[in-house]
Write a protein that binds this ligand. Sequence first.
Ligand code: NAP
Ligand code: ZN
Length: 350
Amino acid sequence: MIQAKGYAVQSAESKFEPFNFERRELGAGDILIEIQYCGICHSDIHQARNEWHNSIYPMVPGHEIVGRVKQVGAEVSKFKEGDIAGVGCFVDSCRTCENCAEGFEQFCQKHCAQTYNSTEMDEKTPTFGGYSSQIVVDENYALKVSETENLAGVAPLLCAGITTYSPLKKFNVGKGQKVGIVGLGGLGHMGVKLAVSMGADVTVFSTSPSKEQDAKKLGAHNFVVTKETENMKSLAGKFDFILDTVSAAHDLNIYLNLLKLNGAMVIVGVPDKPAEVHAFSLISNNRMLAGSGIGGIAETQEMLDYCAENNITSDVEIISIQEIEEAYERTIKADVRYRFVIDMQSLQQT
Ligand code: NAP
Ligand code: ZN
């Protein structure tokens, strides 16, 4: 076995502490990645604190992983030693079911082995995520990352990037369309950058008036403080597409009412409580309400290549692994600008 170091929580109430564990020996199709950076997604917080009521402990979160390939198995063809590789939200799936065959491995009908808080395909061996020194993963579930000076800015693409890219693509967001992004956090700021790069006219809906300048710097054309209800009323029926990235319970109806004829709203945020939707919010203007979950391997690779070509990275605050608790508290307070990324070198001080 390969010895790994990381940071784990032992229960929903406990704080992060150093944690030593083992990664499997390299199989013929596996690569060993020395992790350099790992983003902090709000899903890490939901799961570390058991807000989705499905947590397995000890838990080493982290599914926005980038690093260098340190070793490759005998039959690996996609990577060689020294390449940069990424790992997103899952590390395996059955590869044969309908959903896997269509490139939606995240919805594998048998079992999607998520990167952490999950099990391998044996449905027994726990998986541990990217708040750690290294990871062993099947090459088919690792992503190719182009050489870059800003690797920390690439890490969040593995979840925040694909989660926003996928619905924007699916709904053909582009020139001439009015797009709303609700919540300017990790996902939201990627949604803004991507929708702007696709040519859309982008409005940010935020509860934080202090984020207006940043929103404009990210490329947004308009910024609306959601507590100012008069502004919201004047925008009724104006939007083609709205992406809701909010992590806490909130009223969906006020955003649905902003959609024009045949407009669509996609939910990607996962508050711990269910939302109430009035039928009229959907019936008027023949509106659509949909959800979207991360993206499959092929689409994640497409997104990474798109971001490399268009010079899109995440705006990050780099922290040491000893600062996770503080980063969690700031993220919960919507005070992240706009993604915390852990520099894994800091593990050496543990
Ligand atoms: P984040 O960085 O914390 O951003 C969430 C943003 O939502 C905040 O910055 C804030 O923006 C807004 N917000 C927070 N509390 C709010 C409240 N009470 N009312 C209204 N707005 C509020 O989180 P994230 O990492 O982007 O993740 C967002 C959500 O997406 C989480 O629930 C996460 O689990 C989920 N997620 C889903 C997928 C998927 O596949 N569907 C993938 C990754 C993450 P403002 O300050 O601008 O208001
Ligand atoms: Zn995530």
